[in-house]
Design a protein around this ligand. Structure first.
Ligand SMILES: Nc1nc2c(ncn2[C@@H]2O[C@H](COP(=O)(O)OP(=O)(O)OP(=O)(O)O)[C@@H](O)[C@H]2O)c(=O)[nH]1
Ligand SMILES: [Mg+2]
Length: 340
């Protein structure tokens, strides 16, 4: 296991769709937010340079002053695999970078390095990384992922960002598995001055999502951010529950959820790709929030996920603080990945 293991939720036995909002426990905190406006901006993503090891390896392969050869590209391949980029993506990347290198008449290691950096950046940009539009109101944003990746924290961070931009929103506590999860979201809601739609612990998460969408519609809110319980991607019953939450939202508001954000822990390694594939299949992931980039020396899995799934990395989590969420910047990511 690469991720922090926690208790897993139990999927509800019956598959009944919620009919009416019921037993809603709602918090309407005072409007004044005590959380400051997000300060960090996209540039550099607020990441302090932390050598990933990949940059140093590249330097030893390509920084010798010798012309880049076939053997050099083989070494680059190995370095990418060691950085968790994954075999398939690595092979495609190296082929494309080598092609770019040749086409531009490159010879030196530095030319090869530049070709690789450009290829990675362009691939990330091509899938739309860093772009996030709320869309028509109410925009429903569903957060999914395995246990402890940073879903609830990322919801708070995005809520702070959206509020800072003047949007109205509600948070939906559809992680009903643990009482503490509802409480965690409620505390964030209080700090942010955002209503939290919740039911009792153990309630049907689909019903909570339904209540939240109804509340967002009736109040004319711009967005509703739906928290869900962490779940392992190979627990089918739990994945079915997620598909059901999605269906409930879709049925009430066609075209929603506008965003299904997979919260992926950058320290996860290659397992992240399995997670991304399973969550995409069951919940229709539209984008990735890559968390804990501040705490990893790897993070190459982001490349694999964006490439294999063709979904953008929308935001990067770069710390525990509320403002530590930045629109994902392919240029800054490459800079970070290549740092020595
Ligand atoms: N360093 C760092 N820590 C983070 C980041 N995002 C979240 N965390 C921390 O990760 C831990 C788990 O965060 P949560 O938001 O509770 O994760 P979760 O996915 O909601 O967890 P479950 O609901 O149990 O599945 C907390 O200690 C967060 O502060 C990040 O970008 N960087
Ligand atoms: Mg949570």
């Amino acid at each position: 296991m690469f991720w922090r293991r926690r208790d897993e939720p139990v999927a509800p036995a019956e598959d009944a769709e919620p009919a009416e909002p019921s037993a809603v426990v709602e918090d309407e905190p005072p409007v004044a937010a005590t959380v400051p406006r997000p300060a960090r901006e996209a540039r550099g993503m607020g990441l302090r340079t932390r050598p990933s090891g990949f940059g140093a390896r590249l330097r030893s392969i390509l920084g010798t002053g010798e012309p880049a050869t076939e053997a050099t590209w083989d070494d680059v391949e190995e370095a990418l695999i060691a950085a968790d980029v994954g075999a398939t993506t690595t092979l495609e990347l190296v082929d494309a970078a080598r092609e770019r290198f040749r086409a531009s008449g490159g010879r030196s290691g530095e030319d090869a390095r530049r070709a690789l950096a450009t290829e990675i950046r362009d691939r990330l940009a091509a899938v739309g990384s860093g772009a996030f539009e709320l869309g028509g109101a109410p925009s429903v944003i569903l957060f999914v992922g395995v246990n402890g990746t940073g879903k609830t924290t990322s919801i708070a961070k995005l809520a702070a960002r959206l509020k800072g931009e003047g949007h109205s929103l509600a948070l939906a506590a559809a992680d009903t598995f643990r009482a503490a999860a509802v409480e965690q979201l409620r505390i964030w809601g209080e700090q942010l001055g955002a209503p939290v739609i919740a039911q009792r612990p153990g309630a049907d998460p689909g019903a909570v999502a339904f209540d939240a969408v109804v509340a967002a519609e009736s109040r004319g809110l711009d967005a509703v951010l739906v928290d869900t319980a962490g779940r392992l991607q190979n627990k089918q019953q739990l994945m079915d529950e997620l598909a059901k939450i999605r269906r409930v939202i879709e049925r009430r508001l066609p075209g929603q959820p506008r965003h299904v954000l997979l919260v992926l822990d950058a320290t996860t390694g290659q397992n992240g790709l399995l997670q991304a594939e399973a969550f995409s299949r069951e919940a229709g992931v539209t984008g990735i929030v890559l968390t804990k980039l501040d705490g990893t020396a790897k993070g190459g899995v982001a490349l694999a996920v964006a490439d294999r799934l063709g979904v953008p990395i929308v935001f990067a989590g770069v710390g525990e603080e509320i403002e530590a969420l930045a629109p994902f910047d392919p240029e800054a990511f490459v800079e970070w990945l290549f740092a020595e």
